[in-house]
Design a protein. Structure first.
Lengths: 277, 283
């Protein structure tokens, strides 16, 4: 089966803290899923386990039916080149230029000579510019990253993954530093990328409204476990409120509009994606 | 009054610094260790001020004035300076060639097998330890000793100095490069490795950009040290300003020695300026 699969996966961090508990999850190739839940629910850890950045303490991960942790070093590296991760705080050295930071997305597939030559003369400035243009950041292609705001840098991190063209896009709070309009644009771009290339997309989101708008399937997490995993249409308001019970009455959202008495954002219909059931 | 009472009153328990006791202990231990070391090193600075000693030092220093400025000597000095610069530059360049691969091997932040940990972690750790051990051996033996060894093999002249620098400084540069590469933000390297990048890709797209200034300024500083080290090696016959200095001292020609020392001062200033320029370019 194409896609990502976790079987009874658990993770205990080095300090003894249990971050994931008995996670069973199957994502088909090209499927789009949002992972929501309060802070500390294990969303980031889940994304890192799926991205072969953390090795599960129990259970197994399968990527396209391969267990990455049973592959040899070369095969694991090739598999990792097919996984693109958008990090919440972009891991980009401040002195790097934007173009270099974006082109670094293909270090996994470029030959060594091309990677090194690209440090002198950018190997594919047009490609980097195209990826940045989709996020409304094309103008900054030759700027240094330390000239960018936090939100711009976060979009550079997204552009890097767009440029990488991975089979699996994993996004960990990819729009936490963006204002509502740009957050909407950025998540929409990731969704469009997934649709165009049939890439699997998993995004952990703190903002419930973005998850409801863009993703056909929602996974609610709390305390390192999956609370619900169902089609977005089948997720009820009370399920959401129960998920976020520890964070007060209002649901966390990217938008600035007040939430209505029923709990759903007042403008959820307006936000609803055209053609999305 | 109110200020005094505010500072004198004991802090409530929840405001007391939990680290205070440990810090005080560390400080006390450091002083306890340092004192016998000073005794062992016969550190008695007051002896400098005894009348007889002051006079001897004054006479010694007076012999250095005025600096020698004869055209013959300046010509010799010019040639020896060029030789010293050549020894230092060639030595550090070779040391760089030795150090870079060792540093790339020894840097933990570039070890993809540590993620997970994944396949090859035991072999990787063994290779890293070997590289670190090799760098330790290279730099543990002083360059003067290496120079003595190489002078025997290659004869008197700058060649021995260059090789001695390459070996010792290779070990030093490698060790410090490793530490500088790991002192920066290593998350960026890890992110690239997790996206399938090779070790070299993560090195040049993540670690080097975030530490370029420190790497460059340490390398230039090592070049400056190499200029000084070449003096000591000159004393054992490895050419350059050191050899000239050795001859001047043996002939008790203090004037020449002071001109040579002034040349050193100038070279250190040059190194300092170079370092500042490079740091500005890389900023």
């Amino acid at each position: 089966m194409n896609g990502l699969r976790l079987e009874g996966a658990g993770l205990v961090h080095g300090n003894g803290h249990r971050a994931l508990n008995n996670i069973a999850l199957a994502l088909g190739g090209g499927e789009r899923v949002a992972v929501i839940g309060p802070s500390g629910a294990g969303k980031t850890t889940l994304v890192r386990v799926l991205g072969t950045s953390l090795r599960p303490s129990e259970g197994r991960l399968f990527v396209d039916d391969d267990d990455p942790w049973r592959l040899g070093a070369g095969a694991l590296r090739r598999l990792r080149a097919r996984i693109g991760v958008v990090h919440q705080s972009p891991p980009i050295p401040p002195r790097l230029r934007v173009v270099t930071a974006v082109l670094a997305g293909r270090l996994g597939s470029w030959p060594a000579w091309k990677s090194l030559a690209s440090l002198v003369v950018p190997g594919d400035a047009a490609g980097a510019r195209a990826a940045l243009d989709r996020l409304d950041l094309g103008e900054r292609v030759f700027d240094r990253c330390d000239r960018l705001s936090g939100g711009q840098l976060q979009r550079v991190g997204i552009a890097r993954v767009l440029y990488q063209r991975p089979a699996f896009i994993l996004a960990d709070e990819p729009v936490s530093a963006l204002d509502p309009a740009l957050a909407d644009l950025s998540v929409g771009t990731l969704v469009a990328e997934s649709e165009e290339r049939g890439a699997t997309l998993v995004a952990s989101l703190h903002a419930v409204d973005l998850a409801l708008k863009w993703f056909p399937r929602l996974i609610g997490m709390k305390g390192g476990a999956i609370v619900f995993d169902r089609p977005t249409a089948a997720v009820t308001t009370s399920m959401l409120h129960e998920l976020y019970a520890t964070e007060g009455r209002a649901l966390p959202r990217q938008g600035v509009e007040p939430i209505d008495a029923a709990g759903r954002p007042a403008n959820v219909v307006v936000l609803k994606r055209p053609g999305c059931q | 009054m109110s200020f005094a009472s505010a500072t004198m009153a004991p802090l409530p328990a929840h405001l007391r610094d939990p680290a205070a006791r440990r810090r005080a202990t560390v400080l006390a231990v450091a002083l306890l260790v340092l004192w016998p070391l000073l005794v062992l090193a016969e550190f008695k600075p007051w002896q400098l001020l005894a009348t007889g000693n002051l006079e001897v030092m004054a006479n010694f220093l007076a012999g250095f004035l005025p600096p020698a400025m004869s055209a013959d000597f300046l010509a010799l000095l010019w040639k020896a300076t060029l030789e010293t610069l050549a020894i230092a530059t060639a030595g550090v360049a070779l040391a760089f060639v030795v150090a870079v691969p060792l540093a790339v091997i020894a840097t933990r932040a570039l070890a993809v097998a540590r993620i997970g940990p994944g396949p090859g972690r035991t072999a990787g750790a063994a290779v890293r330890t070997t590289a670190r051990a090799l760098m330790t051996v290279l730099r543990a033996i002083p360059e003067v000793v290496w120079a003595l060894v190489f002078v025997r093999a290659l004869g008197l002249g700058p060649g021995a100095g260059v090789l001695a620098l390459a070996v010792t400084y290779g070990g030093m540069l490698g060790k410090v490069y490793t530490e500088i590469l790991e002192s920066g933000d290593t998350r960026s390297a890890r992110a690239l490795l997790e996206a399938g990048s090779t070790r070299l890709g993560a090195l040049f797209y993540a670690l080097v950009p975030s530490t370029a200034q420190e790497l460059a300024s340490y390398t230039v500083y090592r070049w400056e040290c190499a200029v000084r080290a070449s003096v000591v090696m000159g004393f054992v016959g490895a050419g350059g300003l050191g050899q000239l200095m050795d001859q001047s001292m043996k002939m008790l020609n203090g004037g020449e020695a002071s001109t040579i020392l002034l040349t050193f001062l100038a070279l250190v200033i040059v190194a300092d300026t170079l370092s500042a320029v490079i740091r500005r370019v890389l900023a």
